[in-house]
Design a protein around this ligand. Structure first.
Ligand SMILES: Cc1cc2nc3c(=O)[nH]c(=O)nc-3n(C[C@H](O)[C@H](O)[C@H](O)COP(=O)(O)O)c2cc1C
Length: 324
């Protein structure tokens, strides 16, 4: 991989947004299975953690070769730990390093990590410079419009570019705006006019066609929450899929997650995905409590097979199950 990676990718670049608790290896594989051309990023991973005790965090950075090109996302505020984490990610075979400068969670912001770096441009640029000059991998930055408005977006992005960032992705909401506030892409289009590096936008994108409508002069977009229960959002084929068509990939998802994280963690973490997969089926209520307690792959497969059978019979044949 080289620093021109983002420039050389076919446009528009489409990707799965990094999401802690969701965009792990199994879900990234699922999304790549639907559309091998998408880009994926890991969940954010602490540079301090990787520096002090890499062993415990290595599971979080696991990826399957099918996922490539996959980008490791790290967060923190310390130059030395960023350098250690970068070298580790390079050794692990990642295709790029992304620096999280957008996370709004209380704990992260109190530690002056994530979006708090938007209040300290100098430190943000030092971190980018340290990472960029210590790796042959492309370095990107994912941030937000700004703290409470987008007034520092252009100088911040220009500073990031000058410090060595090869791509910048803007979640088109400020720190103060919750995820349900409509994203504002205009400031991102304006920022792009002042930059030479590729720019991605994200926030509130609900389909590929929605992303293309919002693309404007940008180089691509990421999709986050709209992928929950719907990795087919990345499909080139817009025709809706039946549950029977979706089932093999849902089963793979469960299997990959349990293989990677073990039975206890894997079955616990797959539950929210299973509930999301069946959310829109009219008989979801009937299976919700069963799926939220699954303990084994076999149990998951049995419940999914029952749901598949239900989707193949007439509602009148089993009115109990089809009740809303
Ligand atoms: C559950 C959850 C976890 C997230 N974790 C991360 C993360 O680890 N790194 C990151 O840069 N952004 C993270 N985000 C932000 C998303 O990448 C994305 O910017 C945000 O969800 C807006 O996009 P959307 O409206 O398409 O979901 C997270 C968002 C959610 C909902």
């Amino acid at each position: 991989m080289n620093k021109e990676f983002w420039k050389n990718l076919p446009k528009p670049i489409i990707g799965l947004a990094p999401m802690d608790g969701y965009s792990d290896s199994a879900f990234r594989r699922v999304c790549k299975h639907v559309n091998p051309a998408i880009i994926t990023l890991t969940e954010f991973t602490s540079a301090d953690g990787l520096h002090h005790n890499a062993q415990t965090l290595l599971k979080k950075l696991y990826f399957h070769p099918d996922e490539q090109p996959v980008i490791a996302q790290i967060f923190g505020k310390n130059v030395d730990t960023f350098i250690t984490a970068t070298k580790l990610c390079e050794d692990l075979g990642f295709s790029g390093i992304d620096l999280n400068m957008g996370c709004p969670s209380k704990k992260v912001v109190q530690s002056e990590h994530g979006v708090a770096l938007r209040k300290n441009h100098d430190l943000a640029f030092q971190l980018i410079e340290a990472v960029a000059s210590n790796t042959k991998l492309p370095v990107s930055v994912k941030t937000r419009l700004g703290w409470c408005d987008s007034s520092d977006l252009i100088p911040f992005a220009q500073g990031a570019q000058n410090a060595g960032a090869n791509m910048i992705c803007i979640h088109a909401r400020t720190y103060q705006e919750p995820y349900n506030v409509p994203a504002q892409f205009e400031p991102v289009y304006d920022m792009k006019r002042h930059l030479a590096i590729p720019v991605l936008g994200n926030g509130g994108i609900t389909s590929i066609s929605d992303g293309l409508e919002k693309l404007g002069n940008l180089d691509g977009f990421l999709i986050g929450q709209a992928t929950f229960g719907n990795p087919w959002i990345f499909s080139q084929d817009p025709a809706p899929k039946s549950f029977v068509e979706k089932l093999p990939l849902i089963q793979n998802h469960a299997q990959w997650l349990i293989e990677h994280k073990g039975l206890a963690v894997g079955t616990r973490e797959i539950r929210k995905h299973l509930l999301a997969y069946i959310k829109h089926f009219q008989y979801a209520k009937h299976y919700r409590s069963q799926l939220s307690q699954v303990q084994s792959l076999e149990e998951i497969q049995n419940i999914l097979a029952e749901i598949r059978n239900c989707t193949m019979i007439e509602p009148s044949a089993n009115p109990e199950i089809f009740k809303k």
